[in-house]
Design a protein around this ligand. Sequence first.
Ligand code: CA
Length: 228
Amino acid sequence: MTQGAEPVVVVVEDDPNIASLVDMYLRQDGYRVYQAADGETGLERIKQHRPKLVVLDIGLPGGLDGIALCRELRADSDIPIIMLTARDSEIDRVLGLELGADDYVTKPFSPRELVARVKAVLRRTDAASWAGLPPTLSIGKVEVDTARREVRLNGEPVGLTTREFDLLQYLAENQGLALSRRQLLDGVWGYDWVGDERTVDVHVLQVRKKLGDALNLATVRGVGYRLD
Ligand code: CA
């Protein structure tokens, strides 16, 4: 993830109601969204904005439908793609054609579900693109050793619980980004986790207690937390 920038998603969908609903929910979750109502415009937007992920409707007007566009994108990139399908017969086509889409969602879908899928796909693909990076993340004097699941301060191990470690790792992987409590819950606890958002505050408090001033973990008013 680029520091200080929202991840970009391009939504290619010709139904304006669905497009604006998806747009709104993704924005709420901190994504920057560009819309396109047909395949050609979609391809332009994708080339122009280099998104982290594409949400792609299958049935699109014009010469380039979702399947053709997916094929075109796959010809020279592994950009994550989530397909929107309207009918069971389309799912069969998507699966049968082995287009290489990362996931698909069937209409009607809840925008929350789509956002959860977007996050899940980005987590998987980000993990893949980080695979070549060293397993230890350094934030000032703090080292987060993701291979040994150990946190060190000035070289000395600090005892964190599993959840505290996961929280710190997630913050470290998204260093410089303001993350909402909901994003942290989704990213650390899992999007199907049900409970109070104050859980995040309790864990942040513990992490701060254990790492003190060594960690530049800021509270972002009206948003959540950011690790710098
Ligand atoms: Ca459509």
